[in-house]
Design a protein around this ligand. Structure first.
Ligand code: PLP
Length: 366
């Protein structure tokens, strides 16, 4: 088994794995499971300090993004797609797929979105129903100030869909001005992949209830969950063992008084060590406490670095993809990965791998 130091999936704690093996009831018919599901949803909302309602969905993080778009967007709705990364621009596909008129607000990928610039833009252009944005755009390790961007959008009555899949519970997230906040099980929550969830504001619920057209999906339809608790009825059979695991992972988070400090410490240690090795961080600002990325140094490839980490140290890091493919290496220090022992071991190993590759490079030149 490799030690996975990737920006999701992350290492899964033993008590989460054990919870997934708990005895199962019939989640359709046993009302105690409805209570368990609701308590797990309430724990997620509680850990975010919000009374916005959480709904857990049976599908990976991407399902939350798609369900948010499918449920909120009506044909012809103008949607502002805030984009400074791969997940940022990716929202345009979901918007278009569900009939929205996507308008890209594209800014450079190496800087966080600038709230003041958005404010200026909106004074002239604010005829949007909805905006989408990404808190941590994982492929480039970019952290945007989602709370401030949402409060600006909200001041124009624009509903916001926020992808915080790779930041939530590693970086503070305040849902107050976020209408549909999207999360997943396998990043900082450190449950296995398989579940996603949405945290809905009263405004989001109202828009969904008042839709004039039906939601053109069943599995990505959030409305079918609005009455599950009163009706004691789920739209489809819930993946009970996955939810047991998620509930245990959330208990671990709830009990962790040093959650955000631990992430901040691991991230700042990681950045310091990478800089001291002479590496260049990407981006140059907007660092996330959940993932750090650096440029592949000249004279070596991402595959050589990743391969050396696996073969000589049994540690898995991630490259990147899209426009960042081959250019970046990413270290995921989120959730269970975010301990000083893990990041120290990882950076010691990386130092060793880079030293070997540099020596090999010099020998090849001779
Ligand atoms: C991981 C991730 C998702 C979910 O992607 P999956 O392929 O379902 O894991 C969504 N958004 C961001 C920013 C992510 O990092």
């Amino acid at each position: 088994m490799y030690k996975i130091m990737t920006p999701g999936p992350t290492q899964v704690a033993e008590n989460v794995r054990i919870a997934r093996s708990w005895e199962c009831t019939n989640p359709d018919l046993d009302e105690s499971f409805v209570e368990f599901y609701k308590n797990t949803c309430d724990t997620i909302s509680g850990c975010l300090n919000t009374d916005h309602e959480t709904i857990i969905l049976d599908g990976e993080g991407i399902l939350a993004l798609e369900a948010a778009c499918a449920s909120l967007i009506e044909p012809g709705d103008r949607v502002l797609v805030l984009d400074n990364g791969i997940y940022g621009s990716g929202f345009a596909d979901f918007v278009t797929m569900y009939g929205g008129a996507a308008e890209l607000y594209t800014r450079p990928a190496d800087k966080p979105l600038d709230s003041e610039e958005l404010k200026c833009y909106l004074t002239e252009h604010h005829d949007y129903k909805i905006a989408t944005l990404v808190h941590c755009d994982t492929p480039s390790a970019m952290l945007n100030d989602a709370a401030s961007l949402c409060s600006i959008l909200k001041s124009y009555g624009i509903l916001t869909i926020v992808d915080a899949v790779s930041s939530m519970f590693g970086e503070p997230v305040d849902p107050v001005d976020m209408d549909i906040l999207c999360g997943g099980s396998q990043k900082a929550i450190s449950a296995p992949p398989g579940l996603s969830f949405v945290v809905l504001s009263p405004d989001a619920k109202a828009k969904i209830k008042e839709r004039k057209t039906p939601i053109p999906s069943f599995y990505a339809n959030l409305k079918v969950f609005f009455t599950y608790y009163e009706d004691k009825w789920f739209p489809y059979t819930m993946p009970i063992s996955d939810i047991y695991g998620l509930a245990q992972a959330m208990e671990n988070i709830k009990k962790d008084a040093a959650l955000y400090q631990r992430h901040a410490d691991c991230a700042s240690y990681t950045r310091d060590r990478l800089r001291s090795m002479g590496l260049t961080l990407y981006p140059a600002e907007g660092y996330s406490n959940t993932v750090t990325s650096f440029l592949v140094p000249d004279g070596m490839t991402d595959k050589e670095i990743l391969g050396g980490m696996l073969e000589n140290h049994n540690i898995m890091l991630a490259g990147s993809f899209g426009t960042f493919g081959g250019k970046l290496i990413r270290i995921g220090h989120m959730g269970t990965n975010a301990t000083m022992e893990n990041v120290m071991e990882t950076l010691d190993a990386l130092e060793d791998v880079l030293r070997h590759l540099q020596l090999k490079g010099q020998e090849n030149k001779r």
